[in-house]
Design a protein around this ligand. Structure first.
Ligand code: SF4
Length: 486
């Protein structure tokens, strides 16, 4: 059930967000959505990089046919079958066969390999073989392939054409191909690079909106990593944009995109990618899993080939054996309270509603949320009018008990409480309860004897940031809000 309330404008706002507290809210919302929709299991997909030949010349990719430095290889059918059996032995539910767009891998040969994996193992088969012709994709689907990955890298058409030159026989159009793959019955996976030269915050926000529009079953994202043997790496191509609009190729930006992808497409399978593990070697992969991801793709390619599958340099775990990688991964999963999934881990469609935590996060959109607690409906209306007319969201409660419940549900940025409500000390009691739960939002107290009260009580000891005289004057309230919400 994709959420339509997260528009490109709101997504862009989150991409620009740098306040650590607000980002914590985003991580929590993404993690909670992940838990509610796809659960705690982390699906492991054994990755086999079966060939590094490619007919294309993508401007960022080390496998481009223009890269003469790269030693090329193709795995044999026997090696691929052995890799699939190894995936089964480790208890993985899927094997991913990945290659450049390599017509040295004939479709007849590929269909036989897929058929053998499907006949000899219970594994789901994911293919990532580039923009092969439609009849070939149809034949591979008939042979039993379940899923197809094809990252479109950017939804900005101009940038797309710069980084994905056409071959002499065919123009590149990955988005259209994803739609064809869906029609053929594949589960489809797409995604983008983060911090690609020429990518603005606005285009990255639109990319994320596209995940929703294409209703992707799998979403793979990772930071752009420079390969020196490519036109982008050598800066022969330099898309011209305002430097302030260029997205950074950082792991933090990648976590933001993973978290937003989870909110936009709650049911999707989202890997914590190798590029993330390269950008943050120590904890990149686990942080990805704690910020919305639910899939890891351990690399089962024999090490002698793996070093030559160099889309970008210095890939993580190049020399690690499959056994060592698997046992490290399982230990890491245990430390974050997650377990390895069982079975193929296909996308499951759900109709679960979003939790209030997520709704609130989406609703707030950067505007501070103010909780107003007063038993006089006229006062609440007056406060709401002032707040909503001046760039704040307002939620109201008409007694202390409701105020406490709304605080827990809405997690507001600031609270305005009347001193005397249903009982003479209701306001005080509410403040005491909020202090007991270690609230962080500033508290303002309303009182018809405000100035006298201010002089007679120790506001700091009570945990009150300011006392406001009733009837409330808009200017003085707004000045206090600006000061307290800096
Ligand atoms: S991105 Fe894919 S299609 Fe493009 S050059 Fe690299 S391997 Fe080939």
């Amino acid at each position: 059930m994709p959420d339509k309330s997260l528009t490109a404008e709101k997504i862009e706002h989150w991409l620009r967000e740098e306040n650590p507290d607000r980002l914590d809210e985003l991580w929590r919302a993404a993690d909670e959505t992940r838990r509610q929709t796809v659960g705690d299991a982390v699906h492991l997909r054994g990755l086999l990089e079966i060939s590094n030949h490619c007919v294309r010349t993508c401007a960022y990719c080390g496998l481009s046919r223009h890269n003469r430095q790269l030693k090329r290889y193709r795995m044999s059918a026997a090696e691929i079958l052995a890799g699939a059996r190894e995936a089964m032995r480790f208890g993985y539910g899927t094997v991913v066969l990945q290659a450049g767009e390599d017509y040295g891998l004939a479709v007849e040969w590929l269909t036989q390999v897929v058929r053998r994996i499907k006949n000899e193992t219970p594994l789901a088969v994911t293919l990532s073989l580039g923009e092969r012709p439609l009849p070939e994709l149809e034949a591979l689907r008939e042979a039993g392939a379940d899923r197809y990955l094809l990252r479109f890298e950017t939804s900005d058409r101009r940038l797309y054409e710069v980084i994905h030159p056409s071959t002499p026989v065919r123009k590149s159009d990955r988005v259209q191909m994803l739609q064809e793959l869906r029609r053929l019955g594949y589960e489809i996976g797409g995604g983008v690079m983060i911090g690609l030269p020429g990518q603005t915050y606005a285009t990255l926000a639109r990319d994320i909106e596209w995940f929703n529009r294409l209703d992707l079953d799998m979403i793979g994202v990772g930071p752009y990593l420079v390969h020196p043997e490519t036109p982008l790496g050598r800066e022969e191509i330099k898309p011209e944009i305002d430097p302030r609009e260029q997205t950074p190729a950082t792991d933090t930006m990648a976590y933001k995109v993973i978290a937003l992808a989870r909110l936009v497409c709650p049911e999707a399978n989202i890997p914590s990618t190798t590029a993330l593990a390269v950008a943050n070697r120590k904890e990149g992969r686990m942080l990805g899993l704690q910020r919305g991801a639910n899939v890891v793709m351990p690399n089962l390619t024999p090490a002698s080939y793996r070093i030559h599958y160099e889309i970008y340099p210095e890939k993580a775990c190049l020399q690690e054996t499959a056994e060592a990688g698997d046992s490290l991964l399982r230990r890491q999963l245990r430390t974050i309270g997650r377990t390895a999934g069982v079975g193929p881990g296909s996308r499951k469609k759900t109709e679960r509603p979003f939790s209030s935590l997520i709704r609130n996060l989406l609703m707030k959109d950067g505007k501070p949320l103010i909780l107003c607690v007063d038993d006089d409906p006229d006062v609440l209306d007056h406060l709401r009018m002032i707040l909503e007319g001046n760039g704040y969201y307002a939620v109201t409660a008409s007694n202390a008990e409701e105020g406490f419940a709304k605080y827990r549900e809405k997690n507001p940025d600031l609270v305005i409480v009347d001193l005397m409500m249903e009982t003479i000390d209701a306001g005080h009691l509410l403040i005491k309860n909020l202090r007991a739960m270690n609230h962080t939002a500033p508290l303002l107290m309303l009182s018809s004897v405000g100035d006298a009260l201010q002089a007679s009580i120790d506001t700091a000891e009570l945990g009150i940031s300011a006392v406001i005289q009733k009837p409330v004057q808009a200017d003085s309230l707004l000045n206090i809000l600006r000061a307290k919400l800096k």
